[in-house]
Design a protein around this ligand. Structure first.
Ligand code: HSE
Length: 433
């Protein structure tokens, strides 16, 4: 008989998302009780700093600063981990699983770095890890891949999974802002953290891509096997050239199965997307993920990829799942198998490219660049050089045919070393997702 007693939760972390979970569990308490058959009660809350000013007041009688109190409290069945970080969170989650408590987490870095080990601990203890909030905030992409698309070989997962970068790139495109101004605006609006490094260097999206790739292909993709570039080097001239060429620049996560050998391609890079592609029209802090399966074909998921309420919606969905699965011994959430191959070395990944080079405005310059590209078997698709430039310098934007990234990098190194090249060239992918 399933339990009808209240489900008592230990909530670790009362930051933006933790407070949102608490607030929304109270707001929709009756609805959740009717739908799950159990009262859901936040029994204990662990915070690091009791004196921190908070928009949502902490219920003082339930608060502790000691994480182990949540583990040692026998009334708590489920832990919700929203403390962030990796090592402390890993020790805490491990201890919870070993104590027989299932865990809901929104911690993408934790799962990308330590997921393999944590799922093994869950398996060994008959407990579960739920992690819908770790990828794309409020978009239910984990359950979609894990459950709804279970009957598919996932051919690709591609899209925008970092709202901060998408906001910055949208403002650079729509309002003509330079990167530092767009970043500052994102910080003022609370879309970017005071330290925005993990967002703008691509690693927030990369951690999410690793989770999606691992889930799609049944193996933990190591962090050092994927290629990651952020948006820090995207400039207004690139946005303008892309626009004139018919593209929008987006930070894309690309996860792709190579059916011939089972290799799995995973990369995160600023990329040129055709303006008429649906992903181009995803603006501001929104996320959008295209999932293609061999049975279902193309599917698209769009919504808020961050924020207190959307992310707490995913956490609460996981809590409800935990109610439904309470007492089931077999661990679920991540099933490993060996049906697919290894991560593809990025040098072997193939795409079209955009290259911007600032050169000395003198005869023979373009010929030298074209010759290097030709020597590396890379064909030119288009070339653009605006007339109005400062004296002695010219900026050339070139789009290139499909080529392996390794070849492209070799050619780029040679182009960079040319005497006529005045600045480090900018290379981006042109994606036909
Ligand atoms: N900072 C992330 C984003 C949300 O901007 O999408 C949390 O991963």
């Amino acid at each position: 008989m399933p339990s009808t007693a209240p489900l008592k939760i230990g909530l670790a972390g009362f930051g933006n998302v933790g407070a949102g979970v608490y607030k929304n569990l109270i707001k929709n308490r009756d609805l959740l009780r009717e739908r799950t058959g159990r009262e859901i009660e936040v029994h204990r809350i662990a915070v690091r700093d009791l004196s921190k000013k908070r928009e949502i007041a902490l219920p003082e009688e339930r608060v502790t600063t000691d994480l182990s109190e949540l583990i040692n409290d026998n009334e708590i069945e489920l832990i919700v981990e929203l403390i962030g970080g990796i090592d402390r969170a890993a020790e805490f989650v491990k201890a919870a699983l070993e104590a027989g408590k299932s865990v809901v987490t929104g911690n993408k870095a934790l799962l990308a770095e330590r997921g393999r080990e944590l799922f093994e601990v869950a398996q060994a203890n008959g407990t579960h890890i739920y992690y819908e909030a770790a990828v794309a905030g409020g978009i239910p992409i984990i359950k979609t891949v894990q459950e709804s698309l279970i009957g598919n070989h996932i051919q690709s997962v591609a899209g925008i999974i970092n709202g901060t970068c998408n906001y910055i790139l949208t403002r650079m495109t729509d309002a003509g802002l330079q990167y530092p101004d767009a970043l500052e605006e994102a910080q003022q609006l609370g879309y970017a953290e005071a330290d925005p490094t993990l967002d703008v260097n691509g690693w927030d999206a990369a951690h999410k891509a690793i989770i999606l790739a691992s889930l799609s292909y049944g193996c933990w993709v190591p962090c050092d096997s994927i290629h990651v570039e952020g948006i820090e080097r995207v400039t207004k001239p690139d946005i303008d050239f892309a626009d004139q060429l018919g593209y929008t620049i987006k930070l894309l996560a690309i996860i792709k199965l190579h059916e011939e050998d089972g290799a799995i391609e995973v990369r995160v890079q600023p990329s040129l997307v055709p303006k008429d592609h649906i992903i181009s029209s995803v603006r501001g802090v929104f996320n959008a993920i295209l999932v293609t399966g061999d049975v279902v074909g193309e599917t698209l998921f769009y919504g808020s990829g961050a924020g207190q309420d959307p992310t707490s919606s995913s956490v609460i969905g996981d809590i409800a799942d935990a109610v439904a699965r309470a007492g089931q011994e077999s661990s679920q959430g991540f099933v490993t198998h060996e049906l697919y191959g290894q991560p593809l070395p990025v040098e072997q990944s193939v795409s079209k490219y955009y290259l911007r080079v600032q050169v000395a405005d003198q005869p023979g310059t373009l010929a030298q660049i074209a010759s290097i590209l030709g020597d590396h078997d890379i064909g030119i698709l288009s070339m653009m050089q605006p007339e109005e430039e400062e004296a002695g310098a010219a900026t050339v934007a070139i789009t290139l045919h499909f080529a392996p990234f390794g070849k492209m990098q070799e050619a780029l190194a040679k182009i960079s070393a040319l005497d006529c090249v005045q600045e480090e060239p900018v290379l981006m992918r042109v994606e036909s997702i």
